[in-house]
Write a protein that binds this ligand. Structure first.
Ligand SMILES: Nc1nc2c(ncn2[C@@H]2O[C@H](COP(=O)(O)OP(=O)(O)OP(=O)(O)O)[C@@H](O)[C@H]2O)c(=O)[nH]1
Ligand SMILES: [Mg+2]
Length: 393
């Protein structure tokens, strides 16, 4: 029989246990909420825009081919120089080393000491702060928790294999294809000509990517026309000219034309008449929140179909990996305006935010086609799930 004193002690014990558990779960939820909030904190779009777009009424850009405004004259590489540019790039693993360190490096560190249940929270925190996005982390955590509760707590390899499997599945669902023999072999080349429209916010690497792509296409014997659809920024035409010279392809940049739709239309007409294989249309950087500029992009896309009904065969959004979760917001908005067919993720070299590739694939299911890993021609890669996963895990 329990006497009165024992009853009181037992009661007190139960109350203390209840208070202890409440405090534990309250702190746990608060920590989780903080992590989710931190990972969801999206920089205001304006923060991404280092230089303001000129107002729509800005003096129209009048490109004068051959009379570039650059102080430094474009260096036209010889075939030998170009060969160097194509070959002298870093490996994807080297380019993604900071992302690897930020994601897998931190998980590896957690598992280097003894692993207890509390480390589930720490794994979760690493995932939340690796730019994967909250939805993707939730998906991953279900599997991680199941794996750890199966008694695999001390086995770092089991966590690695699990993340690999999950990442592979996510990329598979987003219709990523393993690259073929050429950088561009998984891009749509079915048109006569094939028309590729390249879009994105300011400074993400659209023009650079177009230059790299054009060089690779030309190297494989494709007849390429690059249309200077960025009629906003005064130096855009000359910058593109540097790239088309370097790539040894033709630029279409009619003097005095300020409407990008007119440039696009005429470029595709010329390409059709003169049997070009590919037309790549550069566009001015614009914020996904600038309604009038997004309307302009829709018009450009519509106009292209007037010459080639299936055009554009690709609508590629260029996203700067450094913008992390903001890249997702950009892709979402551009997708709803111009129905993207693929993503080019640039500046993967030197960023720790490469995990955004997984979040993008999981949430938007638009295939990542290319990765930019530097500023040279050779620093563009066809996205390969296997190579990517091997590089970050
Ligand atoms: N490190 C690195 N730099 C890159 C990469 N891609 C582009 N850049 C650099 O990013 C800067 C902006 O590139 P642009 O190609 O001018 O970007 P853009 O999107 O055309 O810019 P706007 O036309 O102003 O909207 C340049 O200094 C490029 O050299 C990349 O993959 N890695
Ligand atoms: Mg540009």
């Amino acid at each position: 029989m329990i006497n009165n004193n024992e009853m009181i002690f037992l009661g007190l014990g139960v109350v203390l246990l209840f208070i202890g558990l409440s405090v534990f779960f309250w702190r746990r939820n608060r920590k989780k909420k903080k992590i989710v909030e931190a990972s969801q904190k999206v920089e205001p779009a304006s923060a991404l825009q280092k230089t303001e777009l000129p107002p729509v009424t800005a003096e129209p850009f009048k490109p004068e081919l051959g009379k570039t405004e650059l102080k430094v004259q474009p260096k036209v590489e010889s075939k030998e120089d170009l060969k160097d540019e194509f070959t002298s790039s870093k490996t994807l693993k080297q380019a993604l080393s900071k992302t690897e360190e930020n994601l897998w490096g931190r998980i590896r560190h957690l598992f280097s000491s003894e692993v207890a249940q509390k480390n589930i929270d720490d794994v979760e925190e690493v995932l939340y702060t690796s730019d994967l996005g909250p939805k993707t982390v939730e998906l991953l955590m279900k599997s991680v928790q199941a794996e750890l509760s199966r008694g695999e707590k001390n086995n770092i390899d089991s966590i690695k294999n699990l993340l690999r499997r999950e990442f592979q599945q996510i990329f598979e669902k987003s219709h990523v294809q393993e690259p073929g023999p050429d950088l561009f072999s998984h891009l749509n080349l079915s048109g006569a000509p094939s028309v590729w429209l390249v879009v994105g916010v300011n400074g993400v690497g659209k023009t650079t990517t177009i230059g790299k792509l054009a060089a690779h296409l030309a190297k494989q014997g494709k007849k390429v026309l690059v249309a200077a659809g960025d009629t906003f920024r005064a130096a855009a035409g000359s910058q593109l000219k540097v790239w088309t010279d370097r790539a040894q392809v033709e630029i279409f940049s009619p003097p005095g034309v300020t409407d990008p739709s007119a440039v696009g239309f005429d470029a595709v007409q010329k390409a059709k008449a003169q049997n070009y294989d590919v037309v790549i249309v550069d566009t001015a950087g614009r914020l996904h929140t600038q309604v009038n500029l997004m309307e302009e992009l829709k018009k450009l896309k519509r106009v292209l179909t007037k010459v080639v009904p299936e055009a554009p065969h690709e609508v590629l959004i260029v996203l700067d990996a450094n913008s992390g979760q903001n890249a997702l917001a950009q892709a979402r908005e551009f997708h709803s305006s111009v129905q993207l067919t693929g993503v080019v993720l640039t500046k993967m070299d030197g960023t720790a935010k490469g995990g955004v590739a997984v979040g993008l694939a999981n949430e938007l299911q638009i295939p990542i086609r290319l990765i930019g890993v530097g500023e040279k021609i050779g620093d563009l890669r066809a996205f390969s799930t296997q190579e990517f996963v091997d590089s970050i895990l």
